[in-house]
Design a protein around this ligand. Structure first.
Ligand code: ZN
Ligand code: ZN
Length: 263
């Protein structure tokens, strides 16, 4: 499995991906907004885009569908619950469905509601596991919930789906927010030395040189996985005096998400 990370330089800092079967050159385009950027990369390498996957219905994750379909005849795959909003979806996906690319790749669909209520992440069970996390999980962050989502549902997705994947899973998020999000981590947890060192090291790094992180690494600097951390809880209790001394992880997650909205 080859994964090509594409930077179309959108105002929302989207990443696009091509997941390529190295045996056949067949490729799946993940979350295309800038179709021409994706088509140009495929053309340059001689890859055939046979499928498009939209993790959810937001325009910056599917507005490139029509142009890619026109150029390649690719089939469009999306969460069954988002298909009618996206339009012209060929395959409606449900939890546990598998997507094959060429001869060598099989990806598993995970139903991951929260950012929107019909969102899929794709998990590759390869020797190097990978997760295409759309707007559910970002580097050092979690998706917002103000365009059709729900923070408590997003917590359930983190706790029951994402956090249980292998620590070695490499994360491929829908946007580049790492350095900015590390600022939020440090606002909640000023003593997080890993986050501070990473933020300083990557301050001037371009989007295609931002390192890929694993789920295991995220657990060290992503506040939304650090729900039992005393520094985070103490800080939250200063802002939310009603929060108990030992709050449930869901409660911590929801309050963090609320603070992140205004940060
Ligand atoms: Zn979105
Ligand atoms: Zn997005």
């Amino acid at each position: 499995m080859h994964i090509e990370r594409i930077w179309p330089d959108t105002k929302l800092r989207n990443y696009h991906f091509l997941v390529v079967c190295e045996e056949t050159g067949d490729a799946l385009a993940v979350d295309p907004w800038d179709a021409e950027a994706v088509l140009a990369v495929a053309r340059q390498h001689g890859w055939n885009i046979t499928q498009i996957l939209n993790t959810h219905h937001h325009h910056d994750h599917c507005d490139g569908n029509a142009r890619i379909v026109e150029a390649t005849g690719a089939r469009v795959l999306a969460h069954a619950g988002a298909a009618s909003i996206i339009g012209k979806v060929d395959v409606g996906l449900a939890d546990g469905d598998s997507i094959r690319i060429g001869r060598s790749i099989e990806l598993e669909c995970l139903d991951t509601p929260g950012h929107t209520m019909s969102h899929v992440c794709l998990f590759a069970h390869a020797d190097k596991p990978a997760l295409f996390s759309g707007d559910t999980l970002f580097n050092a962050g979690a998706g917002n919930c103000h365009n059709g989502g729900d923070p408590a549902t997003l917590y359930e997705t983190f706790a029951t789906r994402i956090a249980r994947l292998p620590d070695a899973t490499t994360i491929y998020p829908g946007h580049e927010y790492l350095v900015n999000n590390l600022g939020f981590t440090l606002s909640r947890e000023p003593g997080n030395a890993v986050a501070l060192a990473m933020k300083n090291r990557l301050a001037q790094t371009g989007p295609l040189d931002i390192p890929l992180t694993t789920l295991g690494e995220e657990k060290h600097f992503n506040s939304f996985f650090r729900l039992g951390n005393p520094e985070i809880i103490n800080g939250l209790r200063q802002q939310f005096p009603d929060l108990p001394e030992n709050p449930a992880p869901r409660e911590v997650f929801v309050r963090l998400r609320e603070l992140r909205n205004k940060w």
